[in-house]
Write a protein that binds this ligand. Structure first.
Ligand SMILES: [Fe+2]
Length: 252
C-alpha cells in the first residue's frame, strides 16, 4: 500500500495545489493530512475547502484545534518577544478570517487516526497518524529525540515491531527506526523549516518488503504565496520566511 502523507500546509494554497498535483501523478492508494491546515498565510478557508472537497482525512494540528475552539493561543513555540508577537498576530488574523464552515471542519478533525494497511482482517502493520506526539499536538518530536523518548512514544501509541508512527509539527522531515517501529516526520507542505523552500510531503510504502518513506519536494508558485502575504495584513516577515525555508527567523 502506498500512502501520501501531507502535513503543516498552513494556509499555503499554491503549495498545497502543487503537492496534490504531484500526488495525483503518482496515484497512491490513499492520502492523509497530519494537521495544521491553517495559520501564517492567507488561504485558511481555501485550504480547508480543498481538503474537504478532495475527501482527504486527517488529524487536528495545534493550530486547527485552537482555532476551532477559540482557545487563547495557538500552542505555537517562540524563542523571543518578536516571535511571540508574530505568533499572536498570525493566530488572531486566522481566527478573524476563518468562516463558520472552516471552523466546523477543523472541529471535526480527530486527534489520531489508525490505518491498517492490510485492511484489518489480517494481522499486519498499523500506521498511526498524529500531529505532535501521542498525548499532545503541541509536542515537538524532533530528529534528535533519544531512543528512550521514541520507545516511550511507540509504547504510548501501542505500536509493535513493523508499525509506523507518522507525525508533523516540527516542519523538518526525518525517518528513524527504534525497536522495529518506524517514526516518520512528514515535514511541511506550506512552511518548511529545513532551509528548503519547496513544499514537502512523504510517500510511504508498506508492503512485503517492509517500510519505505520517500521524502518528496515539489516546487510551487512561491511568488504568489509571498505576494499574497505582503498584500494582506499578516506580518510581512512571513513572506521572507517562506522564501528562506524557515531560516529567516530562528523559529516561528
Ligand atoms: Fe505547523
Amino acid at each position: 500500500m502506498k500512502y501520501a502523507l501531507i502535513s503543516d500546509i498552513h494556509a499555503n494554497l499554491p503549495a498545497l495545489d502543487s503537492v496534490l498535483a504531484d500526488i495525483a501523478k503518482r496515484g497512491p492508494d490513499a492520502t492523509y493530512h497530519l494537521g495544521d491546515l491553517v495559520g501564517y498565510a492567507p488561504w485558511a478557508n481555501e485550504v480547508v475547502a480543498r481538503i474537504v472537497e478532495q475527501g482527504i482525512p486527517g488529524v487536528a494540528g495545534n493550530y486547527d484545534s485552537t482555532v476551532a475552539t477559540d482557545y487563547k493561543h495557538c500552542g505555537c513555540r517562540y524563542e523571543d518577544a518578536r516571535q511571540e508577537e508574530l505568533s499572536h498576530l498570525s493566530y488572531e488574523w486566522t481566527r478573524a478570517h476563518v468562516s463558520a464552515d472552516t471552523k466546523r471542519a477543523l472541529a471535526a478533525l480527530p486527534f489520531r487516526i489508525d490505518v491498517r494497511a492490510l485492511g484489518g482482517h489480517l494481522s499486519g502493520p498499523t500506521l498511526t497518524l498524529l500531529h505532535g506526539n501521542q498525548t499532545l499536538n503541541t509536542v515537538y518530536v524532533t530528529e534528535d529525540r533519544s531512543d528512550d523518548f521514541l520507545t516511550k512514544m511507540g509504547q504510548g501509541v501501542g505500536a509493535h515491531d513493523g508499525d509506523v508512527v507518522a507525525f508533523g509539527h516540527t516542519h523538518k522531515p526525518w525517518h528513524r527506526v527504534v525497536n522495529g517501529v518506524h517514526f516518520v516526520n512528514t515535514g511541511s507542505v506550506g512552511r518548511p523549516k529545513d532551509g528548503d523552500w519547496r513544499a514537502g510531503y512523504v510517500m510511504l510504502s508498506i508492503g512485503a518488503k517492509g517500510i519505505d518513506a520517500e521524502f518528496v519536494r515539489v516546487e510551487y508558485d512561491i511568488d504568489r504565496a509571498a505576494t499574497a502575504i505582503l498584500d494582506s495584513t499578516l506580518p510581512h516577515e512571513f513572506a521572507a520566511y517562506l522564501r528562506s525555508g524557515g531560516t529567516s527567523l530562528v523559529a516561528a
